[in-house]
Design a protein around this ligand. Structure first.
Ligand code: G6P
Length: 613
């Protein structure tokens, strides 16, 4: 949430910052701004997307070789020009961009106001630059860096910060607590960003800042230290992502590109980890802790959004394939009920970005209580990936569309592989059974490819019919109950149509009252062992004249007979079914959103990486 960039070097800073902000726009797009030092400290900022800022800069350019920039997802203060970042101190000498929340900002603001400071905005961030400046001015012997460290000690909350001072025109100061920041090391130039996407074009060498650290960055040096002034030696990492992976490659939207990438992302996720010939799974990332996982009393899975839906699929998988008890938690709720978790338990967190604040907080809570903490993340080097005891990367490649698609299928693949490995090690799955599972798993990418090739037109037609439906209901059972939730989430987040996902039988306890001849009901009827029950549920919808859209296997004449529209997909084992059934639902929401003229990749009010609680 909120994207931060910074640049010092020989290039035109404005150009680098704008390009970087565009890459970070998935983190928020309420407003955008940059500040540069070139003799003076000058800034341009305003409500709306980076493209607006770019237009402003065309007529009223800023030049300089050092600057910071920000794209905002509003928390404190409505999205308007004044609340846009960068924020400046009263003198105009200090500029700050911030990602996170300053929890004690009202107290600090009150104190600063009482001492005569005048504030311009309603944001929590303005407190940071005003406080730093006040401390800096309070003593003639204090350095600006010291002032920053002293200010940070007074701040309660989370932050990724980039700070510049007009009179220190060769340095950017950055600090991190709870919000990601990394430093890209170039040749006589340095880059700062909330993630690697603005940096990868220029350099692959990066340093990840950890919580409680600050860095003093010039074009050819960086010093990292703790907030208490203890110098640190940081490891330099090599970025593995490529520039192609973060561009649209001819697709109109990132979301569509990412949907169509799934045959490849699923294969990438499984590569080198499954062996169909001898029926084995090997996940290097959890090898060292595998005995603890085998002996775990239970696994608790915590996540948010789409990752929470894959966690629900995980519950079915671990209980069926490995006979390990599982509970699934909303990460945002987990720590508020003083969870009973400790030694012998495993907390598995799932997060595409690896930065979601609630998921991170759940992880820390469980670790403090003595549980083994494992992660499934997509972004390599992300905070969650670094803070877990062990974990498995999904290797789905960068996901940029705000609505998650390929990350979901890759998370489910990892969960399947984990459950299979666990089942095998616990002696629950025989070698023969393992082979059957793995052979079928290795066919999934080509089945997804088949679906994408054969149903795209059908879904477009269906989307045209239902573009203006005010409501949608999604029903599924067993493994496809989480897919019903995911289908409904996809539709509401990008097309703003009210949609609910329900376990098909639970519909009788309320949502059935909504069904009439106007209500599209998407039925995910591709799970063999619940087919008969599902047919009864479809009958119940039909009796109330609901418009039935079924996602079903080719050979299901009963479902076909009852449905107004059928989307046929290849069959697979029930436990792999979400990997196929979710694809038509992703496409349906995509085409409906496009027909409605919605901004698919940047839906209103949402952000991809939710770094506030
Ligand atoms: C946001 C995104 C969702 C995502 C959720 C969890 O709400 O818009 O697409 O599923 O955060 O994110 P994570 O990165 O932890 O998977």
């Amino acid at each position: 949430m909120c994207g931060i960039v910074g640049y010092i070097g020989h290039r035109d800073a404005s150009t680098v910052l704008i390009k970087g902000l565009k890459r970070l726009e998935y983190r928020g797009y309420d407003s955008a701004g940059i500040a540069l030092i070139n003799g003076e400290l000058a800034y341009r900022k305003g409500k709306g997307k980076v493209a607006n800022l770019e237009r402003v800069l065309k007529n009223d350019s800023l030049s300089g070789k050092l600057g910071i920039g920000h794209t905002r997802w509003a928390t404190h203060g409505e999205p308007n020009d004044i609340n846009s970042h960068p924020h400046l101190s009263e003198s105009g000498n200090v500029a700050v961009v911030h990602n996170g929340i300053i929890e004690n900002y009202t107290t600090l603001k009150k104190q600063l106001t009482e001492r005569g400071r005048v504030f311009q905005s309603q944001t929590d961030t303005e407190v940071v630059c005003q406080l730093i400046e006040e401390i800096y001015h309070s003593s003639p012997n204090i350095t600006f860096e010291q002032a920053i460290r002293l200010a940070l000690k007074q701040i309660v909350g989370t932050y990724g910060l980039a700070i510049i001072h007009k009179e220190i025109p060769d340095t950017i100061f950055i600090a991190r607590k709870g919000s990601p920041l990394l430093l890209g090391i170039g040749d006589n130039e340095m880059f700062i960003a909330s993630d690697a996407s603005p940096i990868v074009e220029y350099t692959k060498r990066v340093v990840y800042l950890d919580d409680g650290e600050i860095a003093i960055v010039t074009k050819n040096s960086y010093r990292v230290k703790t907030i208490d002034d203890v110098p640190l030696t940081k490891e330099v990492h090599e970025l593995a992502i490529s520039l192609d992976a973060i561009e649209k490659a001819g697709y109109p939207h990132f979301m569509l590109k990412e949907i169509f990438e799934q045959p490849r992302s699923i294969s990438d996720c499984m590569r080198g980890r499954i062996n169909p010939e001898n029926g084995t799974v090997l996940l290097g990332g959890i090898e060292d802790i595998i005995d603890k996982l085998v002996n775990a009393r239970r696994i608790i899975i915590a996540a948010c959004g789409t990752s929470w839906h894959s966690a629900l699929v995980g519950e079915y998988l671990f209980e069926q394939l490995a006979k390990t008890p599982v509970e699934v938690e909303y990460a945002s709720e987990f720590r508020y009920r003083d969870p009973l978790i400790g030694k012998g338990d495993v907390l598995l967190v799932i997060s595409q970005s690896g930065e979601t604040a609630d998921t991170l907080a759940a992880l820390r809570e469980a670790r403090n209580k003595g549980a083994l903490v494992l992660g499934i993340c997509n972004v390599v080097g992300s905070t969650i990936a670094r803070e877990t005891d062990a974990g498995v990367y999904t290797h789905a490649g960068p996901e940029i569309g705000v609505a998650s698609t390929k990350a979901f299928t890759a998370q489910v693949i990892v969960l399947i592989m984990m459950a299979l490995e666990l089942g095998q090690r616990k002696g629950i799955l025989t070698r023969q059974k393992m082979k059957e599972y793995i052979i079928e798993l290795s066919r999934i990418p080509s089945k997804v490819e088949y679906i994408l090739e054969h149903i795209d037109e059908e879904i477009k037609n269906l989307a045209a019919l239902f573009t203006y439906a005010p409501n949608f209901l999604y029903l599924g059972r067993s493994y496809n109950f989480p897919v019903a939730l995911e289908g409904a989430l996809k539709l509401k987040e990008i097309s703003y149509i009210h949609a609910e996902g329900y376990p098909a039988a639970e519909m009788k306890h309320g949502p059935i009252a909504l069904i009439d001849e106007m209500m599209p009901v998407v039925v995910i009827a591709a799970t063999d062992h619940t087919n008969d029950k599902m047919i009864s549920n479809i009958e119940e919808v039909k009796a109330r004249k609901g418009r039935i859209i079924s996602i079903m296997n080719d050979d299901n004449p009963e479902v076909k007979k009852l449905s107004e529209f059928c989307i046929s997909i290849p069959s697979t084992l029930d436990c792999f079914s979400p990997l196929l059934t979710v694809i038509p639902l992703q496409l349906l929401s995509y085409y409906i959103a496009v027909n409605r003229g919605c901004n698919v990749d940047q839906p209103r009010n949402l952000a991809k990486s939710v770094t506030v609680e």
